[in-house]
Design a protein around this ligand. Structure first.
Ligand SMILES: CC(C)(COP(=O)(O)OP(=O)(O)OC[C@H]1O[C@@H](n2cnc3c(N)ncnc32)[C@H](O)[C@@H]1OP(=O)(O)O)[C@@H](O)C(=O)NCCC(=O)NCCS
Length: 178
């Protein structure tokens, strides 16, 4: 299993994932649901790649890098890392957003993908903790976070806020989980 940064070589698989991903599932938004391959290749893909080093974007826009989770059978998920927190992100969506292909859920990909994403995020983000937000009714995603050493730091009406200390020892937690 590996994470690959968004790229032009994998355009077809990335497009299939993006066009099938719902417009909003549990708060994870995707404005490109239903996009054609042509539009993806010509407009969406260059836009998403540019988010890592944004040009001509508003001040509030935080650099964001897209990664895709691959296993032997193909692309199974998407993980987005926002490079640092603003006040809006701190009390909102946090550093990382993710999803797993519908027919690949419940097989451990979310947990493993977040683990690989955290390893990369640790090299990017300046904060001591990785911030995450999850809907209160999204049990699977809460487990994905807890499996990766998250603790609950707060809540609002609809969400729990979780944080993962950069120092969290995943190996130790895996041993504890068995
Ligand atoms: C949340 C999501 C990424 C989880 O991915 P996944 O690959 O199914 O996660 P895993 O297989 O690693 O499962 C993690 C845990 O959740 C459990 N789980 C999986 N699907 C579940 C479900 N529908 N209801 C309850 N628990 C579920 C698993 O059994 C596992 O439990 P364990 O840790 O006790 O073994 C995936 O469901 C998804 O893409 N959802 C839509 C987008 C989304 O919600 N993104 C997160 C926004 S915060």
């Amino acid at each position: 299993m590996e994470l690959r940064k968004i790229n032009t070589t994998d355009a077809k698989a990335q497009w299939e994932y993006t066009t099938e991903l719902p417009a909003n599932e549990n708060g994870l938004t995707n404005p490109y649901h239903g996009v054609s391959f042509e539009e993806y290749e010509q407009k969406v893909l260059p836009t998403l790649i540019s988010y890592e080093h944004p040009v001509n974007m508003p001040d509030w826009f935080v650099p964001e890098t897209y990664y895709y989770l691959w296993d032997a059978g193909g692309l199974v998920g998407e993980f987005r890392i926002r490079h640092y927190l603003t006040e809006t992100l701190r009390s909102g969506a946090g550093h990382i957003g993710y999803s797993i292909r519908k027919d690949a859920r419940g097989k451990g990909y979310g947990t493993e993908g977040l683990k690989l994403t955290i390893a990369i995020a640790k090299t990017i983000i300046p904060e001591e903790e990785i911030y995450l937000r999850v809907n209160k009714n999204n049990i699977a995603s809460q487990k994905v976070m807890l499996n990766n050493g998250a603790y609950q730091s707060g809540e609002d009406e609809d969400h729990f806020f979780f944080r993962i200390p950069k120092s969290a020892n995943i190996l130790e937690m895996e041993l504890q989980r068995g």
